[in-house]
Design a protein around this ligand. Sequence first.
Ligand code: PEP
Ligand code: MG
Length: 580
Amino acid sequence: MSTRIKGTIASPGIKIGKAYVYKTAETIIPKYLIKESEIESEVHRYHQSLEKTRDEIKAIQEQIAQSLSTDMADIFTSHLMVLEDPIITEKAINSIRTEKRNVEWIINDITLELIKSLSTIDDDYLRERIIDISDINKRLINNLQKRHTDSLKDINEEVILFSRDLTPSDTAMMDRNRILAFVTDKGGRTSHTAIMARALEIPALVGTLNSTSMVRDGDTVIVDALHGIVIFNPTKEEINEYRRNIKDLQALDQELAKFTHLPSKTTDDIEIFLYGNIEIPEEMSIIKGHGAQGIGLFRSEFLFLDKSLPDEEKQYQEYRKVAEHFNPMPVTIRTLDVGGDKIYSYNQEYKERNPFLGCRAVRFSLEHEDIFRTQIRSILRASTLGNVKIMFPMISTIEEIIRCREITAECMSELSALGIPYDENIPIGIMIEVPSALINADKLAKYAHFFSVGTNDLIQYTIAVDRISEKIAYLYNPLDLSILRLLKSIVETSKKFDIPLSICGEMAGEPRYTMLLLGLGFREFSMSSAYMQQIKRIIRSVSITECDDLVKVLLEMETTDEKEKYLLQTLRSRFPWLTP
Ligand code: PEP
Ligand code: MG
């Protein structure tokens, strides 16, 4: 008998395969007593692990000193001080000898004791050291265990991956020839892991709550990421049925491929621009192959996932690749948007109570001007090699855009002084993804050459619903009246101030919202490749007049349920081929 559970569709597709349960790197503390004869080898293990950890920290420090600054590298000096503290070392060795407990157990107890005493002291500096101490503890214990934690890079057969959760960087490392699909217990549709899955065209379901506890390595499973279900141990009939579905899907893909190079114009001859969202430069050919007329959103943060920060040259090479590939089509590079669910290694120790409301995106860049300036200089340098635009994420105040422009102007002067060319008229735009930016859009218009609406965050901040929470996913609905009203208002403001406007949140890439967005007045869409051809097909078969009429009806309806039903009914009658 098969079992079925539901999940949220993060990236469409159907796959049948063998399950692989991904064990993430949680630190496990083994606890056992040692014999008298094992004491010396236990002390030796401790010294070895100290040495290995010291080497690791020094390597990180050197890398940061080279790619960033010695000031930044100094952050790790306090790690080394903790590691090499003679009192701690002596205490650990004494305890191994007298208590005859294994070294991981002892290190962990000493760490807990230290943390406990530091957390009662009313001194911010000392309290910050808690993070250093727990980081050292983790490193020491991992080095002691030589424990093999799964690495997605090591998977060398075709599998369907199950995991409690995945970070966007885990997903970025996936080889789509091996990982046929993935399923996570946690996460929502607009988490960056989901976005990454769409970008890499890996079918994925998220927010299944407990799939990892229902599956074992090697089980046969079907991931139906068109209807949002996982089937464990399917029957022969189910497998045959799904094989037929996969064939139908391939036929639909072939049919849709015909739309790739046809113009995206409505039946009343209004041209609609379709741009691509990319996370890594490697995606540029896929998205161009789907008919993208340029890049509307290059999420540059994925270049920052490595342990060390990318320097100006490295970033320049990545940006120029994309700029040249699309030239003369536009490429909009968004500056670093870390924070929220996108934590990059450099910043891992900094935990916030409300990460999505914290030092995220442009706030982080303005706080770390050296990182920001390096990025702006590299974008400016790439701007002579194509049609490059620069975009700042999560602008929430007018001061922020003013400061961003000042810094950009200063970077331009630096490049001029060095005789390095750049596009002096590079368009500078902002993401509209925080209600305050939308409310002040008339004023922001003075400082921006273009706006791009980020509905993923706009929905999150307007309805006060965490975009990655599976528990309250029901609240995260683009059809909420507040969202429709806000979208209508930004179109009106942009028209009034003659500011080019695009929309690049996930809503723009979902066929079910295409008619609605056209009716609201959007003419530029930026999306991942997943549904680009379906959206083109819709655009080519509707008129703006009928989309306007649809919006009039939807704006009169109060509940999202009503709107959803009406919209689905309309779509079903107009486009029977459309998958839900
Ligand atoms: C958005 O918020 O809609 C957006 C496009 O940005 P991100 O998903 O990267 O936060
Ligand atoms: Mg955003």
